[in-house]
Design a protein around this ligand. Structure first.
Ligand SMILES: *[C@@H]1O[C@H](CO)[C@@H](O)[C@H](O)[C@H]1NC(C)=O
Ligand SMILES: *[C@@H]1O[C@H](CO)[C@@H](O)[C@H](O)[C@H]1NC(C)=O
Ligand SMILES: *[C@@H]1O[C@H](CO)[C@@H](O)[C@H](O)[C@H]1NC(C)=O
Ligand SMILES: *[C@@H]1O[C@H](CO)[C@@H](O)[C@H](O)[C@H]1NC(C)=O
Ligand SMILES: *[C@@H]1O[C@H](CO)[C@@H](O)[C@H](O)[C@H]1NC(C)=O
Ligand SMILES: *[C@@H]1O[C@H](CO)[C@@H](O)[C@H](O)[C@H]1NC(C)=O
Ligand SMILES: *[C@@H]1O[C@H](CO)[C@@H](O)[C@H](O)[C@H]1NC(C)=O
Length: 431
C-alpha cells in the first residue's frame, strides 16, 4: 500500500515546470497516437496506455532564429503516457514513458537498442532508479519502481519529423526491472537528477533532451509545458507536451509562476525545501471548502507520472473526515455515496499567491470508468489519496495527473520555476 512507500523511493519522484511565459507563434503540429486498454486481474483492473505518439514538426519561423516550440501529443492512461521517440540514423522508434520525475533518457527494456552510424559508446556506465505512483488504482501493487543499469551512448534523437537532437546522452539498458510493455524513459525532470547516474564520470550533470533542444537552437526557451484534458473515455487523445514554450490555446488567463515574475530570482524559485527542491517542487496550501484547512503551506511536487493527487497522511485524514468518505477495498480509493457527492465542496490549492479551485467533479474518478478500476456504477470514488507519510518531511503532496487534467503546467529549467494556469476544462463536468 501507499503507506509503505519508502522515503527513498518517494524522493526519486520529480517533476518540473517552466516559467517564462512565452507564447508559441505557430500552432503545435499534428500528433497521432493509438491507445489500447489492457485490463488484467479479476479485482484489480488495470488500464494500460499503449499510446503511440507520432511526431510533430517544429515551427522554425523562417529566420533561422530559434523561435520554435515543438509539441508532441501524449495520451492519458491510468498508468502512464507513452511517446514514440526515434534514436539513431536511420532512426529506430522506441516507446518511452514520459517522466518528469527523472532526467536520463534511456532505452533497451523492451526493444533492443539498434546501433547505427550515429551511435557512439562512451566509457560510462549508467545506473538509474525511478518510481511511479502510476498504478495506485491497483491495490496489490500500489506503486511501480524500476531501475536499470547499462552503458551510455551518445546518439541522435528524433523527437518528431524534422526535430532532431544531436549528441544526446542515452542510457542503454543491459539489466532492468519493473518495466513492462515499454522500451524506456523520456526524462523530463530537472537536469541535476542526472547527477550520479554516470560512472566513472560521476558528479556532473548530463544535458537532457530539453537542454539540448535549447542549446542546439531548436527551441527558444529551456522549458516544457504539459496539457492534459479530462477524459471519461478509454482512448482519447487528450494530451500535449510542448518543448520550448507554452501553447496559449491550452490555458486561460495568466500563468502563475512559483514566484511572481517581476521579483523572480534566477537562482531558485523552485521550493527551497528538500527533497521537493530536487524535482519540480512548489510551495502550496490546500483547503477544503471555505473553512477547512487541509494542508498549510508546505513543499511538494507537480508530477505527470503520478495519477492521483497525493497528500500527507494527516492531511488525507482531514480530507477524509471532511468528505465523509470511506476506504474502498476493491479500488483502493476513497468512496462516497451519490448523496455525499452532491455535498462535496471544492478543494482550493494556493500556489504563488493564486488559488486554484479543484471542483467536486474534478475530485472524482470518471464514473464512466468505475468498472475499469473494480468499482461499482453507483458509487463515487475520489482521486485524492494518501501520500503515505506525515507532513513536514519536505515532500508533502504530489499534484499528479488528475490535478494536471484541470490545470496547465509549465516546467521551466531556464528559470527554475513552475507555472500553473486554469484551462477551459478546469470547471468542466466530465467525470
Ligand atoms: C497486458 O498486461 C499484461 C500484464 O501487465 C502484459 O503481460 C501484457 O503484455 C499486456 N498486453 C498488452 C497487449 O499490452
Ligand atoms: C523569428 O523569431 C525571432 C525571435 O523571436 C524574431 O526576432 C523574428 O522577428 C521572427 N521572424 C519572423 C519571420 O517571425
Ligand atoms: C546542480 O548541482 C550542482 C552541483 O551540486 C549545483 O552547484 C547547482 O547549483 C545545481 N543546479 C541547480 C539548478 O540546482
Ligand atoms: C493577466 O495579467 C495582466 C498583467 O498583470 C492583467 O492586466 C490581466 O488582467 C491578467 N488577466 C487575468 C485574466 O487575470
Ligand atoms: C494551519 O495554520 C493555522 C494557523 O496556525 C491553524 O489554525 C490550522 O490548524 C493549520 N492547519 C493545518 C491543517 O495544520
Ligand atoms: C477491507 O480490508 C481490511 C484490511 O484487509 C479489512 O480489515 C476490512 O474488513 C475490509 N473491509 C471490507 C468492507 O471488506
Ligand atoms: C463524459 O464527458 C463529457 C464531457 O467531456 C460529458 O459531456 C459526458 O456527460 C461525460 N459522460 C459521463 C458518462 O460522465
Amino acid at each position: 500500500m501507499l503507506s509503505t512507500i519508502p522515503p527513498a523511493l518517494l524522493a526519486l519522484l520529480a517533476l518540473s515546470v517552466a516559467a517564462n511565459p512565452i507564447v508559441i507563434r505557430h500552432s503545435p503540429v499534428s500528433l497521432s497516437f493509438t491507445r489500447q486498454l489492457n485490463v488484467t486481474g479479476s479485482n484489480d483492473l488495470v488500464l494500460k496506455d499503449h499510446a503511440r505518439a507520432r511526431g510533430l514538426a517544429a515551427n522554425p519561423n523562417g529566420s533561422g532564429i530559434p523561435d520554435a516550440a515543438v509539441s508532441l501529443d501524449v495520451s492519458n492512461s491510468a498508468l502512464n503516457y507513452r511517446l514514440s521517440v526515434g534514436i539513431g540514423n536511420p532512426a529506430t522508434f522506441y516507446t518511452l514513458i514520459m517522466d518528469t520525475g527523472s532526467a536520463v533518457t534511456w532505452v533497451g527494456a523492451g526493444k533492443a537498442y539498434v546501433r547505427t552510424g550515429t551511435s557512439v559508446q562512451t566509457d560510462n556506465n549508467v545506473r538509474v532508479s525511478a518510481s511511479w505512483f502510476t498504478n495506485t488504482m491497483c491495490q496489490s501493487v500500489p506503486y511501480v519502481s524500476g531501475s536499470f543499469s547499462g552503458t551510455e551512448f551518445i546518439d541522435t534523437v528524433t523527437i518528431s519529423p524534422g526535430v532532431v537532437v544531436s549528441s544526446q546522452s542515452i542510457g542503454v539498458a543491459t539489466t532492468f526491472h519493473g518495466f513492462q510493455d515499454v522500451d524506456g524513459i523520456l526524462g523530463l525532470g530537472p537536469t541535476n537528477l542526472t547527477i550520479g547516474a554516470l560512472s566513472p564520470s560521476r558528479g556532473s550533470a548530463v544535458p537532457t533532451i530539453t537542454d539540448n533542444l535549447f542549446s542546439q537552437g531548436t527551441i527558444a526557451s529551456n522549458m516544457v509545458s504539459v496539457s492534459f484534458e479530462p477524459t471519461n473515455g478509454t482512448s482519447d487523445k487528450n494530451g500535449e507536451l510542448t518543448f520550448g514554450g507554452t501553447d496559449s490555446t491550452k490555458f486561460t488567463g495568466n500563468i502563475t509562476f512559483t514566484m511572481p515574475v517581476p521579483t523572480r530570482a534566477s537562482d531558485s524559485p523552485i521550493t527551497a525545501t528538500f527533497p521537493a527542491s530536487s524535482f519540480w517542487g512548489i510551495d502550496q496550501s490546500v483547503s477544503y471548502g471555505t473553512s477547512t484547512s487541509i494542508l498549510n503551506t508546505t513543499a511538494g511536487i507537480v508530477d505527470t507520472g503520478t495519477t492521483l493527487i497525493l497528500i500527507a497522511t494527516d492531511a488525507f485524514d482531514r480530507y477524509r473526515a471532511a468528505t465523509g468518505a470511506v476506504p474502498d477495498n476493491t479500488t483502493g480509493l476513497l468512496r462516497i455515496t451519490p448523496a455525499q457527492y452532491a455535498d462535496l465542496e471544492s478543494l482550493f490549492f494556493t500556489v504563488g499567491g493564486t488559488t486554484f479551485e479543484l471542483t467536486a467533479n474534478a475530485q472524482i474518478w470518471p464514473r464512466a470508468l468505475n468498472s475499469f478500476i473494480g468499482g461499482t456504477a453507483e458509487d463515487v470514488y475520489l482521486i485524492v489519496h494518501d501520500l503515505g507519510r506525515p507532513s513536514g518531511q519536505g515532500l508533502d503532496f504530489i499534484n499528479g495527473y488528475t490535478f494536471l487534467e484541470r490545470f496547465y503546467a509549465v516546467f521551466d529549467t531556464g528559470n527554475r520555476c513552475v507555472g500553473l494556469a486554469t484551462t477551459s476544462f478546469t470547471t468542466a463536468t466530465s467525470n
